[in-house]
Design a protein around this ligand. Structure first.
Ligand code: ATP
Length: 323
């Protein structure tokens, strides 16, 4: 299937500062992709190149089959973009703002208000449609921003830091809305964020973007695998007494294909495994006569993955400062 976003060797510098460095990325139809990176990583610059609003120094951005640099108008027709700094006419109602935006986008006048009302209902603003935008909370403004994006019936929506400034319940609700749009309307979504947990909640795949470089892409297990090898899960088992012969135990567990490592430290057994096989390990230990006192279990999440990438790349971070 043709990729909705197809970026090849995309580069952009501001003077001697490299903001985006050889960005390669394909996003298929129907995916929610999270571009995750700290402030200044180059996320907005990449998005602007995808929209044809900034010209790349080299490389290409093909969006829904159109070259963003050569055909920005065609890209604009099929992509809905929500920037991180939303602006509305405060004295106009939500409905009036939306109708105004629909006209700006050249949408047909027939049924324009009915359609706007439907979209406002879809994003959960039905009750507030006739209230001025100045009375909207941050979360409501984000929803109105999303409504403005959806009214042009885009194939792809690009959301730059959509959860910025929302409280935890606002974040949850907004992300659930995005997910339901993907499910019900088959939308493809690219969202940028520097919040790990937000991205983790909703994205099918994540790209970790640091210092202009896309360091890794994949779903959580894939990223975990790339970073931690096969040691994705750590299970620690505390026994009531020390083992008489740890070598026997090690030999026994060496036959488990999921186990990559076993460290025996007095009464503590630490298993590194490709997947969570805690019940299987416990069963075998009990069969071998071990008395278990406690079990703890840890699966690497996006936090560890993110931290690991930053740890790995701390030597890259000062690049900007030295520019
Ligand atoms: N027009 C510009 N002129 C010079 N430097 C720029 C320009 N636009 C962006 N930059 C620099 O390029 C780098 C990448 O910026 P960009 O806005 O793409 O990052 P970001 O990941 O979106 O971060 P943020 O979340 O802070 O917006 C930053 O260091 C920024 O200062």
């Amino acid at each position: 299937m043709e990729a909705i976003i197809d970026l090849k060797n995309l580069c952009k510098s501001y003077g001697s500062y490299v903001a985006v460095d050889q960005l390669n990325l394909k996003i298929p139809h129907g995916e929610i992709f999270g571009l995750l990176g700290p402030n200044g990583a180059g996320k907005t610059t990449s998005i602007l190149m995808m929209l044809g609003l900034t010209e790349p120094d080299s490389g290409s951005a093909i969006i829904c089959g159109h070259n963003a640099t050569r055909d920005p108008i065609k890209v604009k027709r099929v992509v809905g973009y929500m920037p991180d700094n939303l602006g509305f006419y405060p004295q106009l109602t939500g409905l009036e703002n939306l109708v105004f935006m629909a006209r700006l986008n050249g949408l047909a006048e027939t049924g324009i208000k009915e359609n706007a009302r439907k979209i406002l209902e879809l994003v959960g603003l039905k009750a507030a449609s006739d209230k001025p935008a100045s009375s909207y909370s941050r979360g409501m403004k984000q929803r109105l921003g999303l409504a403005e994006v959806l009214i042009k019936k885009p194939k792809l929506i690009i959301l730059d830091e959509p959860t910025l400034g929302l409280d935890p319940s606002g974040v949850k609700e907004f992300l659930e809305l995005i997910k339901s749009l993907q499910r019900e309307q088959g939308l493809t979504v690219l969202l940028s964020s520097h919040h790990l947990h937000h991205v983790q909640q909703v994205c099918d795949r994540v790209g970790i973007f640091v210092d202009g470089k896309l360091l890794a892409t994949g779903d959580l297990p894939t990223l975990s695998h790339q970073l931690f090898g096969n040691t994705g899960v750590e299970t620690s088992i505390h026994l009531t007494e020390e083992l008489a012969d740890p070598a026997i135990l090690k030999a026994e567990f060496s036959t488990f294909p999921e186990i990559n490592g076993l460290i025996v430290n007095d009464r503590i057994l630490q298993f590194n495994t490709t997947q969570d096989i805690t019940p299987k390990i416990v069963r075998r230990l009990v069969e071998l006569g071990a008395n278990i006192q406690a079990i703890s279990h840890k699966q690497y999440g996006l936090d560890e993955i993110y931290a690991k990438y930053f740890e790995k790349n701390t030597n890259l971070t000062p690049k900007h400062e030295s520019a």
